[in-house]
Design a protein. Sequence first.
Length: 248
Amino acid sequence: MRLAVELGVRGGVAWLTLARPAGGNRLDAEMLGDLAAAAVAADEDESVRVIVLAAAGRAFSLGLPAGRRWPEPGWPDGVGALAAAGKPVIAAVGGEARGLGAALALACDLRLMTPAARLVVPSAAEAFPSGGLLARLARCIGAARAAELALLGGRLSARQALAWGLASAVVPAGRLRAAVASAARGLAARAPLALRCAKEAVGRALDLPLDDGIRLEHDLYVLLQTTADRREGVRAFLAGRRPRFEAR
């Protein structure tokens, strides 16, 4: 049986593809379960340096199945599994990401969008946002803008998402996959432990008092100085060659 989320690994990049385009890649229990399994597998695969989340079809994800306002309590937390990955995660958003689908896009670290892509936030009267959508929106764009979207609902164009810092870049539809692949290759060539530590520092920044956040940065820096990858980076720089990082 074909999985709802396909997983392929090429050149240190794990491509997770939402593969139910006929249904708008809606996030039902099966899709969320396959997503969680693929995210964990990619994060645990030592050959993987970067994770990409893409989608087949015109929509990135139209959110929950039609008529459903909230995920069932027993459904797998695919969004949370992807957000918990220690490796950088890039979302290739080539179509509409609505509701829980928008939450899924925001659970990634970077988002590249096409001009026609949209992040759609239903109002609380339509369907109460799930998957951490409001929490992540508030952290990304501030409480005032997040409150407006939560109360009134809204459709953020790719250009608006770029202006608000929700998108890293807006690229033509025909170049989206190539642009994402290029970004992923660039990240995959960097020191993986440094990327993991940087992601941890950013992820915990808003939950810590400022002094504790600064202390965490310092502690992670000291930790990185003890790694084999740090020594390899120095040797490669002195030798004028590309470093060969091994995540050690």
